[in-house]
Design a protein. Structure first.
Ligand code: PLP
Length: 361
């Protein structure tokens, strides 16, 4: 089966098999990772290795904390303004899709966000040119969603905040660890694990240490980065099994040669799929501006929308699953995260050509 789900999504087979082999008795400990104390030496070794491998992968500078949290990226939509701002502080959001919009709306409960650019009127198919952004003087941060999972638009470069001391913040949920990133350009990066790096239930926050410790006084302890940083993500019981799985994925990505190699594979896969769409003479159509098409989520429509349900049904029969577009936009969406092999994309493309041959004209 090839699973094109947007998340939770496909994980590397070798990682799943390794987890299976260790499920009942983790490395001779006599315990499953699910049964261990999060304060025992076994789990400490797991979380420390996961962090070390992630630091290697993203070349995370030593003045950044890595936090393994819960509550999904959605919880970070609130935690970020609560930790970085006071209620009267101004902040800017670039809204390139539904997730950026959700983050923007949630922030308005805790500070004074402004949407300085929105792609909504273009159905979220674009990324703005950075020179045209009218950033707010005195804004504390500039928030972007690095890859919009539903719409398939991805930042290929990143804007620079206009104000001194202002930081760039990115939701990288759906392209985390899919390519190298210069972490030092960001004050904070966050990502839910369940696309590229593990099961749902783990949220990763990478934050520059000087930004920690100024949370609003009403911030719940579970949202306070200082609490989690001071306790090395072990203030309360963390999602132990999920962190273990993320650790196995990080180790696998390191073994693949790191994110430069991973990006090469992702570029190749995406090209095969986008080329097939471009070469279909309009039978398939991707609405996203070519230069900002996502390497991870490829949305497309059929010139005859009445065929879309059949496309999804037939693909499923051929063991290509979860290709239906998000309910808010319809069409088809193929998510081709790190763990999707090139063979899966090639099989999809062969199916698309065959489907077209049977229905064109
Ligand atoms: N941000 C992006 C880009 C996403 O794709 C998602 C979920 O799919 C979220 C945020 C929300 O994440 P979660 O469900 O982990 O709260």
């Amino acid at each position: 089966v090839f699973n094109f789900a947007a998340g939770p999504a496909v994980l590397p087979e070798n990682v799943l098999l390794r987890a299976q082999s260790e499920l009942y008795n983790w490395r001779g400990s006599g315990m499953s990772v699910m049964e261990m104390s999060h304060r025992g030496k076994e789990f400490l070794s797991i979380i420390q290795k996961a962090e070390a491998d992630l630091r290697t992968l993203l070349n995370i500078p030593s003045n950044y904390h890595v936090l393994f949290l819960q509550g999904g990226a959605t919880t970070q939509f609130a935690a970020i303004p609560l930790n970085i701002c006071q209620p009267d502080d101004l902040v800017d959001y670039v809204v390139t899709g539904s997730w950026g919009d959700k983050a923007f709306k949630e922030a308005s409960k805790y500070c004074q966000p402004k949407s300085i650019w929105s792609g909504k009127s273009d159905k979220y198919t674009k990324i703005p040119s950075f020179e045209t952004l009218q950033q707010t003087p005195g804004a504390k941060y500039l928030h972007i969603c690095a890859n919009e999972t539903i719409h398939g638009v991805e930042f290929k470069d990143y804007p620079i905040p206009a104000n001194e001391n202002e930081i760039l913040i990115a939701d990288m949920s759906s392209n985390f660890c899919s390519k190298p990133v210069d972490v030092s350009k960001f004050g904070l990066i966050y990502a839910g694990a369940q696309k590229n790096v593990g099961p749902s239930g783990v949220t990763i926050v990478i934050i520059r240490s000087d930004l920690i410790g100024n949370a609003q006084s009403t911030t719940p302890v579970m949202l306070d980065y200082k609490i989690h940083a001071d306790n090395a993500s072990l203030y309360n019981t963390p999602p132990c099994f999920g962190i273990y799985m993320c650790g196995l994925v990080f180790e696998d990505l390191v073994a693949q040669g790191g994110l430069i190699e991973v990006e090469k594979k992702n570029v190749k896969k995406a090209k095969v799929l986008y080329d097939a769409i471009n070469d279909s003479n309009g039978f398939y159509r991707c609405p996203v501006v070519e230069s900002v098409r996502s390497l991870m989520n490829v949305p497309f429509t059929l010139a005859k929308p009445e065929l879309e349900a059949e496309f999804v049904r037939e693909a499923a029969k051929e063991k290509m699953l979860q290709l239906k577009g998000h309910r808010s936009v319809g069409g088809i969406r193929a998510s081709i995260y790190n763990a999707m092999p090139l063979a899966g994309v090639e099989k999809l493309v062969a199916f698309m050509k065959d489907f077209q041959a049977r229905h064109d004209g």
